[in-house]
Structures are given as C-alpha cells and as structure tokens.
Design a protein around this ligand. Structure first.
Ligand code: IMP
Length: 426
C-alpha cells in the first residue's frame, strides 16, 4: 500500500492570510485535518452552511463529517476556551466526540499563564510584543523549562500537579510585583473545561497519525499564525512562541520529513501585521486605511486594527525557502482593485545598503519598491483566469517570476465560489 502524505497549509507572512477560507476547499481531499502548533491565539474564520464560526484550537475539518481531526502535540490548549468553542459547534449539530482526538502531549494553558502573559507584557513597557493575551508564551516557556502540564496529566493525579504549577506562577507574579489580579471565576470555568475535555479522546496522536499514513490515508496539516511569527525564523522577539513552519509540522505532529507532500504557502496580495514589531512595508497613509477598510483588516481574536502595507517579496522569498513551499495561494486580490499603481517590496535598504534577504535585525530597514500598473476592473466577479485584466495577469506573472513558485489558487472575494484554480497538477 502506498504510504499517505502530510500536506501542509501554512500562512507564510504574519498570519491572518485567510486560511479559514481555503481550508474548506482543501478538506474534501484529506482523511485527517491536524493542527500542529499554536492555540487560541489563532482565529480561523469559517463560514459553513451560512453560519460564521471562529475556530481557535479545533481543526477546520470538523465541519466535514467523514474527517478525523487532531490537535497535535505541538499545540497548546486552554480547557475553558476549548469548551466554549466545542460547545458552540456541538450546539450547531457537529459531532465532535468521535471525530476530534487530542494529543496527550499537547500542553495546557493555565489561567495563571494568561496572567503571566499580561505581567510580562506590562514589564516590557514600550517593548511589549502586543501578544493576544492568551497565555501562549508562558505556556511554551513552561514546556521548554520542563515544568509544563500536558493534556494527558488531567487523567493522572491532576489536582496536585495543577496546584504545584499554579503556586510556581504565583511566586513569579509576586517577584514581578504583579499581584492585582483575580482568577477565581476564570479558574472555576477552567476546571469545568478540564472535566469537559476528559470526555474527549485524549490519546497518542503520533502513533495514530503514523498508522493512518501507513494505511495510505492523507493528512492536511493546518497551520496557524505565519512564518514571520515563528519562534526561530520570525522577527524575534516580536514573534509567537511556536514553530509555525514545515519543520513545526514534523515536530508538532510527530511525522517524519519524508511524509511531507505538498507545502501550500498562503499570502495576501498585500501585507498585514497585528501587534508590535518590525514591518518594513508598513504604510501610514490613506492607502493603509483603504486596504484596512476594504480588506476588513481587524484582528479575529483581539479586534485590533491590523497594520497594512504592500506585498513584501523579501519576506515571501524567505518563507518559501524555509518551508519548501511547492505552491502559492494568493488571497484577497480584489482588495487591490482600483489602484492606479501597485507596489511590491523587492529588497530592503538601510544606510545606503540593499539586501534581497531577510536581515537578522529588521528594525530601521526601508522597502525598495517595484511599481506596477494597477487595474480598474472588479476582480470579484471573475470566475476564470481568462477574464483577468492584463495588468493583474502581469502582476501574477511578476510575483511568480520573483518567487520562483507557481501561484495555483487565487482568491478574488470572500465567498467560496470566488476561488480560482490555476496550473492544476503543477
Ligand atoms: P502570542 O502568540 O499571543 O504570544 O502573540 C505574539 C505575536 O503574534 C503578537 O504580535 C500577536 O499579534 C501575533 N499573533 C499571534 N497569533 C496570531 C494570529 O493568529 N494571527 C496574527 N497574529 C498573531
């Protein structure tokens, strides 16, 4: 029997690329959909049967009745938020208990992790990362410090382990002089979430996934955040705390590099970033406002305004290299309708020096732009490539040449029908 493959669908810039929209175009092709990194800092907006859902921890395959969904060992999970998310889906008629398996090795986000997240941000002052406040960083810190609690721990001697870690956190908070917090009601809900989670299949998803692959089943690894927020490869220290790249698929699911098939890199026709940190292509003029309002660029988790700018080929080239992207998916092309000129950042410049590569320190670099003519047509009404205006077709060709990777899917509007596939089988 032919071994199955793990295809990865990854945001390759700063997250929010619109994975939620394409994932349901993808899920019918797979037997399993698995999350491998991150947690409730993600917010994948999916419209299913006319109803809008924001998935944070649960994989997007949950809407498709025949699919198994896995929350992998590389993820972090907050039981109270998981319960709220899962109950909403159950209330809408989706059966979760038989189709969602949670890795016993995924780490638990405690209420005190969230307090620590706030405390560390407050202590950083102007250098704050602008986190989502969901306790992601402190939970991964505990994982690396070998002090964390894992989902499997809720099945063994849990109250004692929980109390010990909470006490440790309280001590850190006292040391930081951060004592003005009250988690009592949050903690109650969190404990209810733990009880609720016990009703799910908490298991060794690594062995399970590898067995399924051996049986020829195919897996979609659903990314969260984006390459530029990766703990190793992003704009450190303004990053999230997990491995958001193809490497993270292997460690976060326990699958070998040989099992990786296609790597789909998803990006927008322009750039956005939520939270603090270097963003050389950021615009502060009316173009930024225009992109934000037409593209609805407000954070799905925090509601913050997203920072907006032109497409950044330095970041894209870097992400394609790191992830081994085989196909690109460009989202929100229609947001750029009506501009006389479209700009693309082809290099960074600082102190008279240019670089086409991602520098160690992205602070203070200015974008070097290539200007291309825009288009006045309404892309959102187009259903095939043949209908594209020449200037848009030229923009696509320019990107493909610069990035040396085919753009095989183009999104020209929020609806599933507004998705155009190109170069099939490439
Ligand atoms: P954290 O993941 O909450 O620690 O946040 C670290 C950084 O990653 C902040 O700049 C967040 O705004 C950003 N971030 C985390 N998750 C997402 C996401 O799903 N989309 C976009 N940005 C994110």
């Amino acid at each position: 029997m032919t071994q199955g493959k793990v295809d990865a669908l990854l945001g390759i810039v700063f997250g929010d690329e619109g994975k939620g929209k394409v994932v349901d175009v993808f899920t019918p092709r797979y037997d399993v959909v698995a999350r491998f990194a991150g947690g409730p800092n993600a917010g994948h907006t999916i419209i299913f049967d006319g109803k809008k859902f924001v998935l944070r921890s649960i994989p997007s395959g949950i809407f498709d009745k025949g699919k198994l969904n896995i929350i992998g060992n590389g993820c972090v999970i907050a039981p109270d938020l998981f319960m709220a998310e899962a109950k909403e889906l159950e209330a809408a008629g989706y059966d979760l208990r038989s189709r969602l398996h949670i890795s016993s090795r995924a780490h638990l986000i405690l209420p005190t992790h969230r307090v620590l997240d706030r405390a560390y941000e407050a202590a950083k002052g102007k250098k704050a990362v602008g986190t989502t406040g969901k306790g992601i960083g402190p939970t991964y810190s505990d994982k690396a410090s070998r002090t964390g609690l894992r989902v499997g721990d809720i099945l063994r001697d849990f109250p004692k382990r929980y109390a010990a870690l909470k006490a440790r956190h309280e001590q850190i908070l006292r040391d930081l002089n951060y004592t003005d917090y009250d988690i009592s009601s949050e903690e109650q809900l969190w404990m209810q979430g733990v009880e609720y989670m016990r009703q799910f299949c908490i298991t060794d998803t690594v062995t399970e996934l590898n067995r399924l692959l051996a049986q020829g089943k195919n897996v979609l690894a659903e990314g969260a955040q984006g390459t530029m927020l990766d703990i190793d490869h992003g704009t450190y220290p303004f990053v999230s705390s997990s491995s958001t790249t193809t490497g993270g698929v292997c460690t976060g699911l326990g699958v070998s590099p040989r099992s990786i098939g296609e790597v789909y890199g998803i990006f927008k026709a322009y750039s956005t970033r939520v939270g603090a940190g270097p963003f050389p292509v950021e615009l502060f003029d009316e173009t930024s406002q225009r992109i934000r309002s037409i593209g609805h660029e407000y954070g799905a988790v925090t509601g913050r305004d997203r920072r907006c700018g032109w497409v950044d080929l330095v970041a894209l080239r870097y992400a394609i290299m790191i992830n081994g992207v085989t196909q690109l998916i460009m989202m929100k092309s229609d947001v750029l309708d009506g501009f006389d000129t479209i700009r693309a950042c082809v290099a960074y410049e600082r102190d008279g020096q240019q670089t086409p590569d991602m520098p160690f320190d992205t602070e203070g670099w200015q974008p070097v732009y290539r200007d291309l003519p825009g288009w006045q047509e309404d892309l959102s009404s187009m259903t095939s490539e043949e209908q594209f205006p020449k200037t848009f077709a030229d923009y696509i060709n320019f990107l493909e040449t610069e990035l040396q990777t085919p753009i095989t899917i183009l999104s020209v509007g929020p609806d599933r029908a507004q998705t155009i596939t190109r170069h099939p089988n490439s």
